[in-house]
Design a protein around this ligand. Structure first.
Ligand SMILES: NC(=O)c1ccc[n+]([C@@H]2O[C@H](COP(=O)([O-])OP(=O)(O)OC[C@H]3O[C@@H](n4cnc5c(N)ncnc54)[C@H](OP(=O)(O)O)[C@@H]3O)[C@@H](O)[C@H]2O)c1
Length: 352
């Protein structure tokens, strides 16, 4: 394909995954990138942004129905809901609305990339088979990632485009105002612990401190996502994408504490959602006294997600070797990733 006609539609461009994907595509130099989200986004060389409500099929047709030059759709939008069942309708509808609007006009469409997660393996339900493999059997619905993949498989029949499904672990990177952002949870929890003069105490379930877990760096994920969307061997395939190393919080927590110049206290199971609920006034004071960017407390809080991740008192990892067998060999050292992301948050004046 000539460099002129590689046009990426990044759906969910303000998310922890979508933002990093836009940046990566823009850095490659041979892509035009169009980002989508409800919030406005920045326009810069090779990147434009369209504010659209993906839940509104008419809005999608109006704003996306003229994007005949799209060659690749990278789908990473997400609507949060309180239950697994309630997640299905909006998350399926947004994907359907995008494909319904773009597919009929984008005659050169080559690929639809779908961002999934380990929920495909039932990781959210309880101790699941590890390492999880792409070929593992399905489980009892509801699970929106599975419905989204089934929709794409059906829609792709007889078409010139193909799809890939990317399955990361917990994704770590920069984003604001998103419901699943573990690095931000840890960074803000640590900053507030320091402000209050208390040690860094692991807030999760006792068993979670010693279980094996892995992360996926958002930058690594972006590279893998573009690789899978452009390497023909990956057509209509799913891939686990993770950093490539495992850890236990028992070992990682003191390293995180050291970064923040904090002592480590014994683990203390608590609901972050509950104990951090009253910290907005403190955060506002901290933004003033430490000269931070004035982000609202809500923008840097995804305590419910922190509680979810720290409740995993069972191993949480998947086999990443299929991607390597198919040709993707990059990896990230997770300890270095955490520290770099915290440094990045400091540079952006999000934490002291
Ligand atoms: N974060 C993780 O740790 C993680 C781990 C594994 C898998 N995943 C999966 O990866 C996918 C993306 O997750 P994420 O964490 O990157 O999500 P996210 O940070 O919440 O980002 C979601 C994106 O979708 C956009 N969006 C939501 N509703 C929209 C609407 N009605 N119209 C237009 N845009 C809309 C949001 O922007 P606006 O709010 O401005 O509209 C945002 O850009 C999800 O399927 C998630 O399950 C995430």
């Amino acid at each position: 394909m000539s460099t002129q006609n590689k046009v990426a539609l990044v759906v969910g461009a303000q998310g922890v995954i979508g933002r990093n994907l836009v940046d990566h595509l823009a850095s490659l130099g041979d892509w035009q990138v169009i980002g989508l989200s409800r919030r406005p986004g920045e326009t810069r060389p090779r990147v434009t942004h369209i504010a659209v409500d993906l839940l509104d099929a008419d809005d999608c047709r109006r704003k996306l129905g003229e994007l005949g030059h799209i060659t690749h759709i990278f789908y990473a939008a997400y609507q949060d809901r309180p239950t697994w069942a309630e997640l299905v309708p909006p998350n399926l509808a947004m994907l359907v609305n995008v494909v319904d609007a773009v597919e009929p006009v984008a005659r050169g469409l080559r690929h639809v990339s779908l961002m999934q997660g380990y929920t495909v393996y039932g990781a959210h339900l309880g101790p699941f088979k590890t390492p999880a493999r792409e070929s593992d059997p399905g489980h009892m619905p509801p699970e929106f990632n599975v419905d989204q993949q089934r929709f794409l498989e059906d829609r792709q029949q007889g078409k010139a485009w193909n799809w890939s499904a990317i399955r990361p672990s917990v994704v770590c990177g920069f984003a604001l105002g998103n419901p699943m952002n573990l690095a931000m949870v840890i960074a803000v929890y640590a900053a507030i612990s320091k402000e209050l003069g208390v040690p860094l105490r692991f807030p999760g379930k006792p068993g979670a401190y010693d279980s094996l877990i892995e992360m996926t760096d958002a930058g690594l994920l972006a590279k893998a996502t573009v690789w899978a969307a452009t390497d023909e061997r990956c057509a209509n395939q799913a891939f686990n994408i993770n950093n490539g190393d495992l850890f236990r919080w028992r070992e990682m927590w003191p390293k995180i504490a050291r970064f923040f110049d904090l002592d480590v206290g014994p683990p203390l199971p608590m609901s972050l959602g509950a104990v951090m609920a009253d910290k907005a006034p403190l955060w506002e004071r901290m933004t003033r006294t430490h000269g931070l960017e004035p982000h609202a407390y809500q923008e840097v809080s995804s305590w419910g997600f922190g509680d979810f991740v720290f409740s995993w008192d069972y191993d949480m990892f998947a086999d990443g070797s299929k991607a390597r067998r198919f040709g993707f060999h990059e990896y990230v050292e997770t300890e270095a990733m955490f520290l770099q992301i915290f440094e990045d948050f400091r540079r952006r004046r999000i934490i002291p």
